[in-house]
Structure formats: C-alpha cells, structure tokens
Design a protein. Structure first.
Length: 296
C-alpha cells in the first residue's frame, strides 16, 4: 500500500479491512462517523484516489472506500468485471459492514458502478453522485470515434477501443506502466501538477503487480454486456436524488444528460478550472458540493 497514508479530519489513519464477498476478496478503507457514504474510484485508480477528500468528509459521514474487484489490493479474478457483478460485490460489502442503507458517490468508472449499484439495489441506496462518466450504451461509444470533432475536444476517449482489444494493451503497457499511466492521467487534467507523485506511485504499484492490468482492461472488455444492463435498468428511472457532477475542462454537461436519461431527480454542478480527476484537482470544491448534496 502507499507510503502516504490516508487520514481522517483529526489526522488519524483510516482503518483498512479485507472481506470476502460475492466470491472475491475486497480491500477497503473506512473512517469517520455518521451516515455511511460509499466512495468508488475509476480506472486505473484505487481507493487512494480519495485521499485528499476523505478528511473533508469524515466529520459528517462514515466513509467506506473499497478497491474495486481487480484493482488496488483487492483480488484480481479472471471474470466478473461487468457492472452488475461489481454492483453485487459492493452491495455485499456494505451488508458485511452492517450498512443496510447508504449513499454512494463515484467518478469515472466508479460512477458507472455507483449507478449500477443504485439501479440494482433501489431499496438500499438513498442518494447517488455520478461524476465524470458516460454510461455504456448511452454515448461513451461516440466519444471514442476517430473524427475531427473528438480529436479537437477535451474528452476524446480513444482508449475505449484500445483497452477493449484482447492482449494488445497488456503487450504494449506491461513494463511501461509508469510512463503510460502518468502520461494518460495527466493528459486528462486541467492542472497536471494536481496529480501527486504519491498517487501515481500507488497506481503504478498496483498496475504493475501480478494481474494488475487485468481489471483495468476487463472493465472495458465487458462493454457490450454493460450496455445491455444499462439499457435494461434505464427503462425504470431512478427515483432517488441524483447529483451529476462534472468538470469545466473535460466532460462538461454530459454527465447531466446521462443522468437525465436514467433518473427523475437530477441536480448538476460543474467544477471550474478542473479536469477529469476532480477529487485531486478540486478536492475542496468537490467536498463542499458533496456535503451540500448528501446532507441536504
């Protein structure tokens, strides 16, 4: 795990745990007190992604931040990377920790998993924050096309096709994890210096571990199954309050349009001077937005 430890608002180190749920052993961190709030990271990140925002939230919430199946210090099985399976992992994790109902916030693929969790556990999820993501089947495909509009945009998602390929990304990236992931992650930011050396070192450590690339790419390779699941869930819109949150210099209003297709009560906040890694680029603004939404 990272040499830099995540701490709560009092400076106390978060608690680490491991639990076997849905046939997979998950690593998670927890801290704080109050209503439970589940934080879900994106790709290729881990629970460490939230290290700047956790101490801003722990005065008000019990924070649970897992490493998703295939990421970080969680197990890396050969299957189960579709949204429905990962949502079941997370539902069982919250049950194992004694939380019958809870709220959830996610960014990037963590937002897709958060939506899947809310859509498949409607009696348990109280509120959903959906950050910087397009759902499979609802537009992520168009952003991956090679055309002039995408190339000149802030959000050309060329990697969707590359990561979907079987074996090729592993062949080209294995042994070059540091240069690839640091370049890719920083290219999606407004302020590249906001991505700390500590965070990059943690993500490179995990991606370089045995099986470390598996989950990263298998999430993308589950695309067509994910698209089917999303379309089925969207036929019955969410009734809970939903916050669509995005950045000025990456996805802009697209997460709002995504959530308006799948939920009835949608608020929207756009963070200025911010790119794709909102919790690292604008942690104070993101925390304030989340506090207003989840405490309201």
């Amino acid at each position: 795990m990272s040499a830099v430890q995540i701490a709560d608002h009092r400076g106390n180190k978060v608690s680490h745990g491991r639990v076997l749920v849905n046939g997979v052993r998950l690593h998670y961190v927890t801290a704080g007190s109050g209503a439970p709030l589940l934080l879900l990271h994106g790709v290729p990140k881990t629970s460490f992604y939230w290290y700047r925002i956790i101490p801003l939230l722990t005065p008000h919430f019990t924070i649970i931040a897992p490493d998703i199946r295939g990421f970080g210090d969680s197990a890396k099985p050969h299957g189960g990377y579709d949204m429905k399976t990962i949502a079941e992992d997370l539902a069982q994790l919250m049950s194992a920790l004694g939380h019958d109902t809870f709220s959830v916030a996610g960014e990037d693929w963590g937002a897709a998993f958060a939506y899947a969790l809310a859509a498949s556990n409607r009696d348990r999820v109280k509120k959903l924050s959906f950050g910087e993501m397009l759902l499979p089947g609802f537009g992520i495909e168009k952003w991956s096309f090679l055309n002039e509009e995408n190339v000149n945009s802030t959000h050309w998602s060329w990697h969707v096709n590359f990561f979907y390929l079987r074996d090729v990304p592993e062949m080209l990236i294995q042994g070059r994890e540091e240069i690839f992931w640091s370049t890719w992650i920083k290219n999606e930011t407004f302020d590249p210096s906001s991505i700390s050396d500590e965070a990059l070192a943690e993500w490179v450590r995990c991606a370089s571990a045995p099986g470390g690339l598996r989950g990263i790419f298998e999430v993308y390779r589950a695309h067509f199954e994910n698209a089917k699941q999303t379309v089925q869930w969207a036929a019955n819109k969410l009734e809970i309050p939903v916050l669509a949150i995005s950045s000025q210099y990456f996805m802009k209003e697209e997460p709002l349009r995504q959530m308006q297709q799948v939920a009835r009560q949608v608020e929207y906040v756009e963070l200025e001077r911010c790119g794709h890694s909102m919790a690292l680029e604008q942690p104070e603004k993101l925390a304030a937005t989340m506090l207003e939404f989840f405490r309201g």
